[in-house]
Design a protein around this ligand. Sequence first.
Ligand code: UDP
Ligand code: MG
Length: 320
Amino acid sequence: MNRWMKISIVTPFFNEEESLNIFFKKVENALSDFRYEIICVDDGSSDKTLEGLLEHKDRNQSIKVVELSRNFGKEAALTAGLKAATGDAVVIIDADLQDPPELISEMVEKWQEGFDVVLAKRKTRDADSFMKRLSAEWFYRIFNRFADEPILENVGDFRLLDRKVLDVINALPEVNRFMKGLLSWPGFRTAVVEYARPDRAAGTTKWNYRKLLKLSADGIIAFSTVPLRLATIVGSITSIVAIIYAIFVVGKTIILGVDVPGYASLLVVTLTLSGIILLCLGVIGSYLGRIYDEVKGRPIYIVREFHESDKASKESSEDS
Ligand code: UDP
Ligand code: MG
């Protein structure tokens, strides 16, 4: 590998004080052969994560800390980290060591072979609960049925991206950052390495079902307009059925005369149609909401401070 090539590691941290020391130990170990920088994004942690990160930064000048002004969520934190990365390739990795750093050298090797994207694919999801596995499976199924560009199952954010790909992703303007989708969207020459996903090294997961559901909905809405078309299709079908039924009712009235009973059928039709109308309005509303978010054009994250050692900042200004 070219001696001057630099690898950027990008990691979001949200209340990860227990994972810090072991994280840096393992990652620095895995990177010892390379020129590297570790971009740590503190996503508004409320524990001692930031203090810990700054201590590590003082110890190792390759560590840089992007401090966000509050918790913006993993997707925004990753966006901030990717913007700050200056390397020739960037590796996205979680702070909890569920993405084994030992895999990095294998990913870099693939990159050296000429791949622009190297994905890490989990062999098993044994570490996850049954419900999480099931919901993940359904998410991929629905997403890939709807989206124009499918995403690979059991591939998280853990991956290596070449500078070319990173520049494309950094230039994407959308506020709604569904990273899994955004990261796969550019395409490029892609390789896959496999690994077994271990349990969290420390701490607890920062996701709950409400957040996961929101993420899935964001993902599908951001990458597909099929639900909108689905609303049209459902609407058309019910209209056709309604017309046929109307003809039937009118015909019956003409032939057999007015018959007063029919309250039940009336109620059923009214309720069904109102239900479908509300559903379609909801679907349209979801898109409208996202459009509103995009139009406002608020920043995706706010950096309170970018911490790097003086030596490191001098070096990077010489680089450019
Ligand atoms: N994370 C973050 N902001 C959040 C939630 C999570 O930066 O609001 C980070 C977290 O510190 C970790 C990564 O995202 O580095 C993955 O989070 P977690 O391990 O909780 O997710 P899981 O592995 O369960 O999908
Ligand atoms: Mg995790």
